[in-house]
Design a protein around this ligand. Structure first.
Ligand code: CS2
Length: 494
């Protein structure tokens, strides 16, 4: 079996969508930290389309993997000349394939830290973009500030020449650029955090100020941190995706990416040293991204968590399976209509009802087998960003947010039991798993035990207008013989 690489490209039929631009001429103007599936389906895809238009060859991507877990990816990409296949799966079963060529280099940081810093200092580098996941920012949920005590952050403050986190790498590079009189690059977050740019700026400035107040001031005045809303559902790659590439295209790609056909990227136009014309390939530049990101994170991402947690307890495996159960679809829609819509500002050019309809249709795509284990992974970093503000804003307006509250209680139950109601073990991936498990186990003696994990829930446990409803939900989950679906039904009827 032939393997995907640069030499193979010219042998593929002209019907295959592949990078026909001269990749040897593409320079990495973008260094991207955190090359997960989402980056490969989203920013790298937009950039690939842009590189097809002449005059953009300064905007290729050099990927960086900071984690030991990125070793395999680094080997696969290198072997494939950084090429990979995108399988765009439509709801009707149609699959569009596209070979992405915008990544022209990849550095596996644990084996070569200095190479990453050198790359960030290079004259070519004008944007450093990030998809390090919500948890990768080491943000304290209660205060929103950088968790300075975190072991990796402490390490990076104490050993600036041996960084582990993006904070350490970016700081080392900006320090050197400043000393060399070079321009600052833009730091562009592409994670699902409201005001992701402003948040990254504030966290990074806090980090830098621990060791160098003057550098922090320079960064504040010279580095742009555009906010952005990013959207494309990208499930974890499975062996079936590898088989699909072999069947459809006749070669072996060890790490293709599957995604839905929908894609959206709305970016604030603030860059320190130029930017690619991503708007020529259907991204949008706007002066203020706030309403878009709030809408997306609170409806789509929170909606995913609602289905993920409740569906896991029931024993479902994927989002499409869960939402095709009419009760789950009804619950999700009621959550969106009754608890999220009232706290959203209108978004210019977007009909919210249509947006919600479209979300339900996207979730129902039977060809996107988005595992609930992916959706529920790192829930402790996600819920504070996706759901807790919705709850707080409803409470402030005198509403109960009962459907969201049941989800929080269900998360307690899920963390406690760690099995579905059929007795199957759940795959739980969460940096706070042990702490949450322990807190959830305390529910039998203190019904608010789980909520008292303040780094996740802030002061929710001190709000009687929340805890009353929460305790009722806990009672239903723990003390009644009802299954989750009956409980959901009852809560919808409340
Ligand atoms: C998901 C996202 O688990 C999650 O956080 O909601 O990965 C979601 O699929 C993407 O944000 C879609 O744009």
């Amino acid at each position: 079996m032939k393997t995907l690489n640069q030499t193979l490209l010219s042998t593929l039929p002209s019907s295959v969508d592949k990078p026909e631009y001269d990749r040897s001429q593409v320079k990495a103007g973008i260094v991207h930290i955190g090359v997960g599936g989402f980056h490969r389906a989203h920013q790298a895809m937009y950039t690939n389309e842009l590189l097809k238009q002449p005059g953009n060859e300064n905007w290729g991507i050099c990927g960086v993997g900071l984690l030991e877990a990125n070793r395999k990816l680094s080997e696969v990409l290198k072997k494939q000349d950084y090429l990979y296949t995108l399988l765009v799966r439509h709801s009707n079963g149609k699959i569009d394939t596209k070979i992405i060529g915008s990544m022209v280099d990849f550095i596996f940081a644990p084996a070569n830290k200095q190479a990453v810093i050198d790359k960030l200092i290079s004259d070519d580098t004008r944007i450093v973009s990030l998809t390090v996941t919500e948890g990768g920012y080491n943000q304290d949920s209660e205060t929103g500030e950088l968790d300075i005590k975190h072991a990796d952050i402490q390490h990076d403050i104490n050993y600036p020449d041996d960084p582990k986190t993006f904070y350490g790498y970016i700081t080392a590079a900006l320090k050197a650029r400043r000393a060399m009189g070079k321009k600052a690059f833009t730091v562009q977050s592409c994670d699902n955090i409201q005001h992701n740019g402003s948040v990254t700026k504030s966290l990074l400035l806090t980090f830098i100020a621990q060791s160098d107040v003057e550098l922090a001031e320079w960064v504040k005045n010279n580095v742009a941190f555009p906010n952005a809303m990013v959207d494309r559902i990208t499930p974890v790659t499975t062996p079936a995706d590898i088989d699909a590439v072999e069947k459809l295209l006749g070669y072996q790609d060890e790490w293709p990416i599957t995604c839905e056909s929908f894609s959206q990227w709305v970016i604030e136009d603030e860059f320190s040293d130029g930017r690619p014309n991503w708007d020529a390939v259907s991204a949008q530049f706007v002066p203020d991204v706030t309403p878009y990101e709030t809408m997306k994170i609170r409806l789509l991402n929170a909606g995913h968590s609602v289905l993920g947690l409740l569906g896991s307890i029931h024993g479902y495996q994927t989002i499409d399976e869960t939402v095709s159960d009419p009760l789950f679809a009804k619950y999700l829609r009621a959550f969106m209509d009754e608890e999220v819509t009232p706290v959203l500002a209108p978004v210019e050019g977007i009909d919210l009802e249509e947006y919600k309809d479209a979300l339900l249709a996207r979730f129902a795509n039977p060809n996107i087998k988005d595992a609930l284990s992916r959706i529920c992974s790192e829930t402790s970093a996600k819920l504070p960003k996706f759901l807790i503000s919705t709850i707080n804003e409803n409470l402030a307006e005198g509403r109960s947010a009962k459907l969201s509250t049941l989800v929080v209680a269900a998360w307690c139950y899920y963390s406690d039991k760690q099995t579905s109601e059929n007795g199957e073990a759940l795959t739980i991936i969460d940096a706070m798993q042990d702490k949450l498990h322990h807190a959830a186990q305390g529910t039998v003696t203190d019904s608010l035990s789980f909520l008292k994990v303040k780094t996740v829930f802030g002061n929710l446990s001190d709000k009687p207008n929340f805890t009353e409803t929460y305790q009722q939900a806990i009672k239903d989950l723990y003390l009644s013989d009802d299954k989750i679906k009956t409980i959901m039904q009852n809560w919808l009827a409340k």
